[in-house]
Design a protein around this ligand. Structure first.
Ligand SMILES: [Zn+2]
Length: 505
């Protein structure tokens, strides 16, 4: 590494996020990496004739954010208008009105694919039905996916075009509602083209940078992998992407001899993803006790314990990191058992995604196993008095959902991600600062660290990313104010660098 700086940042708050209270005055960059972090005087010793000085003018410099759980292509497809974004719809009528508008724009026969609806935010708290969709779209196939991705509703035209194989448990013909695997199988029939996927990735990458994100842990399909590889070859990837792959592809990966960490610093193979249960919104997160608003169900484990054990063992023995979606307490327990049986150790860094309702005992077992809690601070938007979680779970369980504080107290590594609901770290950070339940709340510094170092650690990249330290990649974000002093939304993302190159604006 050259001993002179290409660029020096000074005149603001430099937050290395290495340990509580860490502060510096200046940072030097050379050849895409951080050359030095320290006092202005120390860092200026690395100045040469060619060195560019960037005056932060009181702004803050932080490590780029790592979104540890994202569905980047889905987000990008919304950005390019492939999906109709219903996340802002404030009522069922408004969502239906957007469908009506889209139908008018597209003309008869064209697919309308909506995403992001959330009936728990609507005054009349219920799902859209097939009949209602038929009414606004009698001549267009329409499919609307719920915000959690576990439920969709479709109309008659859509059911006529897509062959459906589903159990009565997963498909209600009357309401047009599809759940879980039946929903995903249905969606798989409506795949965007490779060109649309590439366009979506580029649009989402641009959005990611605008949100201060320099690295994303994505959950991908083979089509996504092909598009990423093509864009990477063309030199168009400025985001670092960890490719987490569904367990249905495990055989193919094992056959090829591939394992986690194959790839380079921009694009690399991550974990194998397994879904142990569903979501609270869809009442299919697996709970130990029945749902408060439907005592007939405790949700559902996607695999019997023995099957989950075998799956986890196989992925682990093939050299894969595990990334297991588990929301309900019953699912979290089942996943911990499967990890224990498979002989997973802290060095393997197993991840549990969402990890929303662990018991005290689960926290203890997770800490012992070295489980990474990959949580979404923005999910607390559904918690608190009168919320969706309170309705589904009752006040007692709602008070102990998303316990970020307990996770940190147990020294369980905490990685934050958005899961795209909505995309962006600053919103999620604000959520945990103002969280309705005490165990959900974190300090700004803790939240920032979970959104930087936490993701880097979950991706085995804490030696390269996640803090501002000499030798690490110069993935940097400039915020308009020091977040340790100002409260969101008083600060915004102003500039973002990836490997020392400006990628936003
Ligand atoms: Zn997700």
């Amino acid at each position: 590494m050259s001993r002179t700086a290409e660029r020096i940042f000074l005149g603001g708050a430099v937050l290395p996020l290495t340990e509580p209270g860490a502060q510096a005055e200046a940072l030097a960059v050379s050849a895409g990496r951080i050359l030095a972090v320290g006092s202005t005087e120390e860092v200026l010793r690395l100045r040469a004739a060619h060195t560019q000085i960037v005056d932060l003018k009181g702004r803050a410099l932080l490590p780029g954010f790592v979104d540890a759980h994202m569905h980047l292509v889905s987000h990008g497809l919304k950005e390019i208008g492939y999906y109709l974004d219903l996340s802002e719809a404030r009522s069922r009528e408004e969502a239906l009105e957007r469908v009506r508008e889209r139908v008018r724009e597209r003309g008869p026969g064209e697919w309308v694919l909506g995403r992001g609806w959330d009936e728990s935010r609507w005054p009349e708290n219920r799902y859209i039905t097939r009949d209602e969709l038929d009414e606004v779209a009698p001549y267009n196939p329409v499919t609307l996916v719920r915000v959690d991705g576990h439920i969709l509703v479709a109309n008659t035209q859509a059911f006529e075009l897509v062959a459906l194989e589903a159990t009565p448990e997963e498909f209600d013909a009357q309401t047009g509602l599809l759940r879980e695997r039946a929903a995903w199988a249905f969606l798989a029939e409506l795949r965007p083209s490779s060109g649309e996927i590439e366009e979506a990735i580029l649009a989402a990458q641009k959005r990611a940078h605008a949100l201060g994100i320099t690295c994303v842990h994505d959950v991908v399909t083979p089509e996504h992998v092909r598009a990423y590889l093509k864009l990477h070859k063309q030199g168009k990837l400025t985001l670092r992407v960890r490719l987490n792959v569904g367990v249905e592809h495990l055989d193919a990966l094992v056959e090829l001899g591939l394992g986690s960490e194959f790839g380079d610093d921009r694009l690399r193979l991550g974990a194998v993803k397994v879904f142990a249960d569903g979501s609270i919104g869809a009442r299919n997160a697996a709970l130990l006790e029945p749902y408060a608003d439907d005592p007939s169900t405790r949700g559902k484990l996607n695999y019997p314990q023995e099957e989950l054990n075998a799956l986890v063992k196989r992925a682990h023995e093939a050299g894969f990191q595990l990334m297991i979606h588990a929301i309900g307490d019953r699912a979290i327990g089942a996943v911990l058992t499967a990890l224990e049986r498979a002989g997973v150790t802290p060095e393997d860094r197993p991840r549990i995604e969402h990890f929303e309702l662990p018991t005290e005992e689960h926290l203890e077992r997770a800490a012992r196993l070295g489980v990474i809690a990959s949580m979404q601070p923005n999910f607390v938007q559904w918690s608190g008095p009168g919320s969706l979680y309170e309705e589904r779970l009752g006040p007692e369980r709602d008070r102990r959902i998303d316990p970020h504080r307990q996770v940190l107290e147990r020294e369980i590594p905490l990685a934050f991600g958005s899961d795209g609901m909505p995309f962006g770290p600053l919103y999620g950070i604000r959520c945990v600062l103002e969280a309705p339940q005490e165990p959900q709340r974190l300090t700004m510094e803790e939240a920032l660290r979970a959104y930087t170092w936490g993701g880097a650690y979950a991706g085995f990249q804490e030696g390269e990313l996640g803090t501002l330290e000499p030798g690490k990649r110069a993935d940097l974000v400039v915020l308009t104010e020091d977040p340790l002093r100002a409260l969101p939304p008083e600060y915004r993302v102003e500039r973002v660098y990836s490997a020392g190159e400006l990628v936003f604006p």
